[in-house]
Design a protein. Structure first.
Length: 295
């Protein structure tokens, strides 16, 4: 199975649209160069585990932020909003596996699902777990992930069995030990639902002239609570997130269409061409015309 760059595309609720693997073997391996393209906010029904291969990254999941160095990793539970960004100026890379729980758990009536997968999937106190090689069980979990990763990428004989066995050992480590983060408080759980609702509103209305008040209203909260929720859950403001989404859509149109830059700006909600150029440069490090030329 080829190792792929992870091109994250999402729907209106920030749910990832990419299919990971196949129905018969629902797992895929990825590598990401975060200096070239950070992993944006998204969530999916699959489980994910990542390990930093170069540099230092800021990994965020379930309202928590983690500084991870080379050799350190993070397990991310199903349905948890997460993203990854570089923390140093040099090379900054990670590799990851995204897999459906049924690959390990099998049939929902099985002992594997009932005894191990179901408690993990339904425990709101386990949105994620840091994996550091200095902790014995976490070191073992990282080694399990790496064995599964190599088996899938290299397609060694019997790799399907070897992959499932390694991931089963990793899940057992996670279920058998308390996660390396504190239990997710009720407020964070409530905010996780609110942020998904507000991200969906922004995705649906990014081309319009929307306000913080409108974003807040979509989740039935006050503007001040909206600002706190964005700050706590994804470390930014509604306006900054809106700018980034508009710039991301503009980048897609610059690469995939022959529309004029001014037309793209208008379609993406930028009413002023000069502001569009400044905002786009803040996100991508270059102007729209230069970005199109490089693509």
């Amino acid at each position: 199975m080829a190792l792929s760059l992870c091109r994250t595309t999402v729907d209106d609720s920030a749910r990832e649209l990419m299919e990971h693997g196949t129905a018969a073997f629902p797992i895929a391996c990825y590598h990401d160069d975060l200096q070239a393209e950070p992993v944006p906010w998204h969530w999916h029904e699959e489980l994910e585990v990542l390990v930093v291969s170069e540099g230092m990254i800021l990994a965020t999941a379930g309202g928590e932020k983690f500084r991870l160095e080379k050799g350190e990793g993070l397990f991310i539970n199903a349905g948890v909003l997460h993203g990854d960004w570089p923390l140093n100026a040099g090379s900054c890379r990670l590799h990851s596996m995204v897999f459906h729980p049924r690959l390990v758990g099998g049939n929902p009536d099985s002992v594997f699902w009932q005894k191990y997968l179901q408690p993990l999937l339904t425990d709101p106190s386990r949105p994620c777990a840091v994996l550091r090689p200095t902790v014995d069980w976490q070191h073992e979990a990282i080694e399990d992930m790496e064995r599964a990763f190599r088996a899938v990428v290299n397609e060694i004989p019997g790799y399907e069995f070897k992959t499932r066995a390694a991931l089963s050992e990793m899940i057992f480590q996670l279920v058998s030990h308390a996660p390396a983060v504190q239990a997710m408080p009720k407020k964070a759980l409530r905010n996780a639902d609110r942020i998904k609702t507000m991200l969906q509103f922004i995705q649906e209305h990014y081309a319009e002239d929307i306000s913080v008040e409108q974003v807040a209203s979509s989740a039935s909260i006050s503007p001040s609570e909206c600002l706190r929720c964005f700050h706590d859950m994804i470390g930014t403001t509604p306006n900054q997130y809106l700018r980034d989404q508009r710039a991301q859509r503009a980048a897609e149109l610059l690469c995939g269409t022959g529309l004029r830059v001014t037309e793209i700006a208008m379609q993406c909600g930028f009413q002023d061409a000069s502001y569009f150029a400044r905002a786009f440069r803040q996100v991508y490090g270059c102007g729209p015309t230069e970005y199109r030329r490089k693509a």
